[in-house]
Design a protein around this ligand. Structure first.
Ligand code: NAD
Ligand code: UGA
Length: 452
């Protein structure tokens, strides 16, 4: 059997590497039109940083895992084609700012139809609006050169930073297909691939639309929990309650559960906001404005939380940060990844620059050029924004520190040494609630957490 995956990004690369590792008899080829990315997948410095990924790729690459720019050749040879291209929020035309941009999905569907001469199973791995499989089917049917196709939905639930663990041991694998004999056969073929390492009872099969919708709903529910606890964090700050204590107390109720109740400076990442906006747009398109408004509130609360964090910094520093040095620790949207898409840090740094602060960012995995480009735009410079090589360098001569990503190394810094090198009073704002505020206060810091 031959598998091709179109899109060598954060999902396509790790997912296919794990399939290749677990199914040595299947030849897996990951293709992308981005030649630089493919070259990186073929090098010692992978384009995606994920704990454990280097080892998986090292074992399978060259054996039954290949990375290539020959998109057409790999499609023609494959039995199963995963579509794992990006589906960003549309930035133009109808639905701008909310709907998913499906231009890459459509372009891939057209290429598949053009190149294929044998039967293929097409797997939607990208996150897409409900009914996208219907669009793909129509494009394939209208352009086929005689090949037949079965379209399946197989959304990915991995989280960045834990991608390898999540892929090795998923809570569930979801496969949606047409409820016809040919559809059922395609679902079985794909289920058999996962069954090599995933217990059968964790492989759920549904109709196409349930599978497509479940992906958006899963992300909406996860993000909703974060916005809910973040909303409560504002009330905690006003009342003297401690949001971590509240989260712990409510999370012990087995009906609520403890996960995704960590108050923060706001959720980031390429998907939560994008997928909720997509859900909101779908609800509006289907004439359900009350449902749309309900879910839009999750994104609005997240925007509020990010603004609230930077506003608190300015307020605490005597209502002015102009010309003050602020060390921002962490820039990735969460720990253990080099991904900065929609990171809360981007907004916090921009807010501080707008107040004419001098901002020095340190992140253990994000390149300086990426930080500059994310905040200012590619090729734009601002003397007020600099990147340091360590947390200590960033904090030297600073008036305040803002922890924005929960990297483990920020938990164990020598804060006494850092305090000694800062302007007084020295402030620390922990946007992740990872440091011991009592300890920092004992050292002399004016230390604040989120919701505490
Ligand atoms: P990404 O931007 O990292 O990767 C997508 C890749 O597709 C890019 O390298 C791009 O060059 C390539 N591509 C686009 N059009 C192409 C074409 N016509 N031919 C060949 N290559 C093409 O995106 P990602 O983070 O991997 O996400 C992919 C999809 O998976 C999205 O729909 C996303 O919502 C979903 N998803 C992402 C995550 C995650 O953790 N990042 C998790 C679950 C689901
Ligand atoms: C999320 C989902 O967890 C995955 O299941 C899904 O596959 C993926 O989106 C996707 O569709 O792309 P990811 O965004 O990689 O994964 O990472 P998460 O661990 O979910 O964190 C998202 C954001 O929420 C991060 O900024 C994180 O710091 C924040 N977060 C998370 C909190 O602020 N509090 C929490 O309790 C948990």
């Amino acid at each position: 059997m031959k598998i091709c995956c179109i899109g060598a990004g954060y999902v396509g690369g790790p997912t296919m590497a794990v399939i290749a590792l677990k199914a040595p008899d299947i030849q897996v080829t990951v293709v992308d039109m981005n030649a630089t990315r493919i070259a990186a997948w073929n090098s010692d410095t992978l384009p995606v940083y994920e704990p454990g990924l280097d080892e998986v790729v090292r074992q399978a690459r060259g054996r039954n895992l290949f990375f290539s720019t020959d998109v057409r050749g790999a499609i023609a040879a494959a039995d199963i084609i995963f579509v794992s291209v990006n589906t960003p929020t549309k930035t133009y035309g109808v639905g701008s700012g909310r709907a998913a941009d499906l231009r890459y999905i459509e372009s891939v569907a057209r290429t598949i139809a053009e190149v294929s001469t044998t039967p293929k199973i097409i797997v939607e791995k990208s996150t897409i609006p409900v009914k996208t499989a219907e669009t793909i089917q129509q494009i394939l049917a209208a352009n086929t050169n005689g090949a037949t196709f079965q379209v399946l939905s197989n959304p990915e639930f991995l989280a960045e930073g834990t991608a390898v663990v999540d892929l090795f041991n998923p809570d569930r694998v979801l496969i949606g297909g047409e409820r016809t004999p040919a559809g059922d056969a395609a679902v079985k073929t794909l289920a058999d691939v996962y069954a090599r390492w995933v217990p059968r009872e964790r492989i759920i099969t549904t109709n196409l639309w349930s599978s497509e919708l479940s992906k958006l709903v899963a992300n909406a529910f996860l993000a909703q929990r974060i916005s809910s606890i973040n909303a409560i964090s504002a009330l905690c700050e006003a009342t003297g309650a401690d949001v971590d204590e509240v989260a712990n107390a409510i999370g012990k109720d087995s009906r609520i559960g403890p996960k995704f109740l960590k108050a923060s400076v706001g959720f980031g990442g390429s998907c939560f906001q994008k997928d909720i906006l997509n859900l909101v747009y779908l609800c509006e398109s289907f004439g359900l404005p009350a449902v749309a408004a309900y879910w839009n509130g999750v994104v609005e609360m997240n925007d509020y939380q990010k603004r609230r964090f930077s506003a608190r910094i300015v307020r605490s520093l005597f209502n002015t940060v102009a010309d003050k040095r602020i060390a921002v620790l962490g820039f990735a949207f969460k720990k253990d990844t080099n991904d900065t898409r929609e990171s809360a840090a981007i907004h916090v740094v921009r807010d501080l620059l707008a107040e004419q602060a001098n901002v020095v960012v340190y992140d253990p995995k994000v390149a300086a050029a990426d930080i500059q480009a994310d905040v200012l735009g590619k090729g734009v410079a601002n003397p007020r924004l600099n990147v340091a090589a360590s947390a200590y360098e960033a904090a030297l001569n600073a008036h305040a520190i803002a922890i924005v990503t929960e990297w483990d190394e920020f938990k164990t810094l020598d804060y006494a040494k850092i305090f000694a090198g800062m302007h007084k009073p020295a402030f620390l704002f922990d946007g992740r609630n990872i440091v011991d505020l009592a300890h920092l206060r004992a050292l002399g810091f004016r230390a604040h957490g989120i919701g505490r």
